[in-house]
Ligand binder design. Sequence first.
Ligand SMILES: Nc1ncnc2c1ncn2[C@@H]1O[C@H](COP(=O)(O)OP(=O)(O)O)[C@@H](O)[C@H]1O
Ligand SMILES: [Mg+2]
Length: 293
Amino acid sequence: MTSEPGSEEPMSQAVMHPPEVVRHDEPHDPPATQGGEVVFSMRELAVSYSGTMAIRDVTFDIAARQITALIGPSGCGKSTLIRCFNRMNDLVVGAEVHGSLTYHGVDLYGSKVDPVEVRRRIGMVFQKPNPFPKSIYDNIAFGSRLMGKRRDLDDIVERALTRAALWDEVKDKLKESAFALSGGQQQRLCIARCIAVEPDVILMDEPCSALDPIATAKIEDLMEEIKSQYTIVIVTHNMQQAARASDMTAFITTDVGEDGARTGRLVEFDETNKIFTQPVDPRTEGYITGRFG
Ligand SMILES: Nc1ncnc2c1ncn2[C@@H]1O[C@H](COP(=O)(O)OP(=O)(O)O)[C@@H](O)[C@H]1O
Ligand SMILES: [Mg+2]
């Protein structure tokens, strides 16, 4: 990634300063993010795997303390895109990120940025709940212990589980294995584990696709509950979920080139309500009305 002058600020400095508001006065402004503080700003972002472009032309901003949904047909690059936000693609062999992606105005791929610190500030919840083979308590305390914290762990654990709406269900069995919990509880545990290290952003890649409707509703309620404190980006192939739970929606689809190459592209980004009631692009309308995808 190319970095602009002045964008080499190390992440540790970004941690120290209150996030600054980034202004975009250049042409090709993406749609407004309701005037809010910008957390992620993408310009012509693209990702290739071993030289084959998986997704390209991604230009939009993600605002603080909102829920932004990424929707689109299977294989269009939603997971690829969300993995850019916490540099998870660094861990994928052959993956290369092109274009620009800033986080609170700092080039996320700048040479001085520490990917480990990035992943603490920008947590991730996956499709399949992935508790560690440890007790409920140790799962939540894990990140804090890793950071060398020995004190106040009880408070940290209680606070995170409370915020993740799980405390009442588990407070009497904190020493039991996390695997003894139901799938929905395990997913809330993973959200609590994420919250426990005080992130700024929570990324969720289809967090409810392995859950039943009741557990799904609990996760959606939880997202609504915590969004005043966190910026949430969620990948979902459940359009009702995107419509119900998100403030902004990015619709991505797969273009098939003349050579047959399939590449994901951002089609439209706007307020969720607008995407679902008055989409501008006919491809968005086709997708949300179920005509393709
Ligand atoms: N690790 C990888 N190596 C090579 N190609 C990949 C990898 N992950 C995803 N892809 C390809 O990138 C494209 C987008 O995949 P993905 O981001 O998983 O889509 P989605 O999450 O929207 O279903 C697909 O063509 C997929 O095969
Ligand atoms: Mg995916």
